[in-house]
Design a binder for this molecule. Structure first.
Ligand SMILES: NC(=O)c1ccc[n+]([C@@H]2O[C@H](COP(=O)([O-])OP(=O)(O)OC[C@H]3O[C@@H](n4cnc5c(N)ncnc54)[C@H](OP(=O)(O)O)[C@@H]3O)[C@@H](O)[C@H]2O)c1
Length: 224
């Protein structure tokens, strides 16, 4: 398969690129900050989910070199330090906005940019979070959690906007991973999440997105 991973710099994104390439897939890696040695011919692109132009330019370059892609996985996400220490009463408004921008609207930007190369049977996997579920009440990571709720809702609305046969879009909770972001709550290594997401992409874990469009990295339905 030809797969685009957005947010490939570190954490789950970096591990997922490695895992998919190990399994023989062609992977186009999208970086928030392009490594100095980056080279489009090596399938490395600038993809900043806050910058629509970077996404459209990357999608155009990929269309020219590879034609259609089978799947896009948007892993990009942020959890700001203020969100770990503040409550909704005192977290700076700009930090609330930035998390919404990257974690929620970033998904819409990425989907719009890559729609032309996915249209006609592709899949778009938005990595969101259990933190976005209404059923998980709590005040931990307030701005991040709300941004992930918005992300899930954007996925739902996109599913009602675009026919599933054209592009099947769904949301994935990757587990509580031992990464820069998840270090305080980790239960699994990112390699485990990357293996599960790869199995989902390969169809080894069957997913019925008509019934469940928010699942975890093992394909289990997640509560909304
Ligand atoms: N870790 C967990 O326990 C956990 C749990 C539930 C959900 N998630 C979700 O899983 C995804 C991956 O998390 P992680 O733990 O691997 O986090 P991470 O280690 O902090 O990595 C996040 C990645 O997103 C990239 N990124 C940030 N802003 C971006 C932007 N504007 N455009 C493009 N890429 C951007 C980062 O690039 P730079 O480093 O260059 O900024 C980095 O490569 C995130 O969406 C996160 O919310 C994680």
């Amino acid at each position: 398969m030809n797969i685009v991973v957005i947010g490939a710099g570190r954490g789950l994104g970096a591990v997922l690129v490695q895992e998919l390439r190990k399994r023989g897939h062609t992977v186009e890696a999208g970086y928030h900050r392009l490594p100095e040695t980056a080279d489009n011919s090596l399938s490395e692109y600038l993809m900043d989910v806050m910058d629509e132009k970077s996404l459209i330019d990357a999608a155009d370059a990929i269309r020219q070199s590879a034609g259609k892609v089978d799947a896009v996985v948007d892993v990009a996400g942020i959890l700001l330090d203020s969100d770990r220490t503040c409550t909704l009463m005192d977290e700076p408004e700009e930090d609330l906005m930035r998390q919404l921008d990257v974690n929620a609207i970033g998904i819409v930007r990425a989907f719009r940019a890559f729609y032309p190369v996915l249209s006609g049977g592709g899949r778009f996997l938005a990595v969101t979070s259990e933190g976005g579920s209404f059923s998980l009440a709590g005040s931990l990571f307030p701005g991040y959690s709300v941004s992930k709720t918005a992300a899930n809702k954007y996925v739902q609305v996109l599913r009602e906007t675009i026919r599933k046969e054209d592009v099947d879009i769904f949301a994935i909770h990757p587990g509580r991973m031992n990464t820069g972001m998840g270090r305080t709550t980790a239960q699994i290594e990112p390699e485990e999440a990357a293996a599960g997401i790869s199995d989902i992409l390969e169809g080894k874990i069957p997913v019925d997105t008509d019934r469940h469009w928010f699942i975890d990295y093992l394909g289990r339905p997640m509560p909304l």
